[in-house]
Design a protein around this ligand. Structure first.
Ligand code: EPZ
Length: 423
């Protein structure tokens, strides 16, 4: 396994370009199997999760190519409708194939996605939504076995759960509803930009969807969908991560070809800490300061502060002047990074779904271990700011969701290198 070795204290300066959004491209690739013909998707980041999704599409029988950021999927030869455990266990997002499979063949057999380090990952809303469209679903031997008796039929579906909306449940139900008989209303739909991106791709395929970007989607089912060409939106989480790399190292970093409009809550929080932000139509520049103020953060579904930036923001606030309270409302157990940040000298304590972050003057290099994708990014940010050397093991988590992560950081002046993990 590889590790990162980071010499902290370097001030990051310069600009990077945002990659395509991982959480858009995964459900869009899944949806491509619903088309009668081939689809072409541009701005696809070369990530492990993308490679996993392409492997699953090939396992199902699709013809797939991936060159220079463009993926072509021809689903005409798809003749399977199951997703075995070995795929689902490596990538929970494979659940986004459930709706498209049912839309394509009326059948799907899926290994239950296990829980993961950020907490239990139930799928009750996926099941509830699909059952409302006429799908028979049972759970047997760790598998979801789903089948439509006859055609999918539209209905009114309230998709809110204990934690509010669900991104991938909205994706699954929207895909199935796109070819259901009649009209489907999805109330309490997720409004994440990645869901709007998927909806826009479905419309290009011939789907009829109104209310895109709102919590109420109205979908008029059509007989069939055609292949389409689509460019994926920029990754707002990657963008926020690099802006925080600039801020935590007291540097000046710009992210180009991003969509500032997708980061309203994050930018609002950053300005509360006193950091200077300049944003244009497709770029954001952060001018770091020697000191910044604490602020309180509550993670919520979009347009609230994104849970996928919580860990990275915590790293930044661990060096703020004052105490910040971070409340995790989406995944209340998503604090695996707290222990490792404290090993780097942070002073963070937990109280249920709240983290109390007492700002310290300095962080100090140490040996830490990455755990999940976003927690790993937080450790890199802390290592960049820490005095001395930080070794981060198990960095494979990072490559699931960040394209050329260390190269982009090095281009900003970070001293970070990848080496074989000896322990
Ligand atoms: C998507 O996961 C993202 N993944 C996650 O990003 C992101 O953190 C999450 O949305 C929230 O924004 C992809 O898009 C591939 P949810 P998803 O269903 O759809 C509860 C990353 O780092 N819930 O919106 O699986 C759930 O437990 C990843 O890129 C139910 O109760 O998340 C959670 O508390 C991590 N029942 C809340 O809803 C359900 O049936 C939101 O989860 C489904 C979810």
């Amino acid at each position: 396994m590889d590790r990162f070795v980071i010499e902290g204290g370097k001030i990051l300066k310069g600009s990077v370009t945002a990659s395509g959004a991982k959480n858009s491209v995964l459900p869009i690739l899944a949806a491509s199997i619903m088309a009668k013909g081939a689809s072409v998707i541009h701005s696809v980041p070369d990530l492990q999760d993308v490679r996993t999704m392409l492997k699953i599409l090939q396992y199902l029988g699709a013809k797939v190519s991936f060159k220079n950021g463009t993926v072509e999927v021809d689903p005409q030869a798809v003749n399977k409708n199951d997703a075995p455990y070995e795929f689902v266990k490596t990538m929970r997002a494979s659940i986004s194939l459930l709706g498209p499979m049912l839309a394509r063949s009326g059948k799907a057999k899926f290994s239950l996605p296990g829980g993961c380090i950020i907490g239990p990952r139930p799928i009750d809303l996926h099941i509830k939504g699909l059952q409302k469209l006429g799908v028979d679903i049972k759970i047997e031997d760790g598998y979801v076995i789903a089948e439509t008796k006859g055609k999918l039929k539209g209905d009114y579906i309230f998709l809110g759960g204990a934690f509010g909306s669900s991104v991938l449940a909205t994706a699954n139900v929207m895909c199935a509803a796109a070819v259901a008989k009649g009209t489907t209303v999805i109330e309490f739909a997720a409004c994440e930009p990645e869901i709007s991106d998927l909806a826009n791709f479905l419309v290009k395929m011939g789907a009829r969807i109104e209310g895109i970007g709102s919590p109420c989607l109205v979908i008029k089912g059509v007989k069939s969908l055609r292949g389409a060409e689509h460019r994926v939106i920029p990754d707002r989480i990657e963008t926020g991560t690099f802006l925080l790399a600039g801020a935590i190292t007291r540097g000046c970093v710009a992210v180009e070809k991003c969509q500032p409009i997708h980061l309203g809550a994050f930018l609002e929080k950053m300005s509360e800490t006193g950091i200077e932000i300049c944003a244009g139509k497709d770029f954001i520049e952060i001018k770091g300061k020697n000191e910044w103020k604490s602020t309180d953060v509550v993670t919520l579904a979009y347009p609230g502060f994104p849970t996928d930036l919580q860990a990275q923001m915590m790293a930044f606030l661990s060096l703020a002047d004052g105490v910040s309270i971070i409340t995790e409302k989406v995944f209340p157990e998503r604090f695996i990074h707290v222990g490792e940040l404290n090993r780097l000298g942070a002073s963070i304590s937990l109280d249920g779904s709240k983290a109390i972050v007492k700002g310290v003057k300095n962080l100090f290099g140490a040996r830490v271990m990455a755990s999940d994708l976003r927690a790993s990014a937080a450790l890199v940010l802390a290592g960049l700011a820490a005095e001395g050397t930080t070794h981060i093991s198990r960095i494979y988590h990072l490559f699931r969701g960040y394209h050329k992560f260390e190269e982009k950081l090095m281009s900003l002046g970070a001293e970070i290198k990848r080496e074989k993990d000896t322990i």
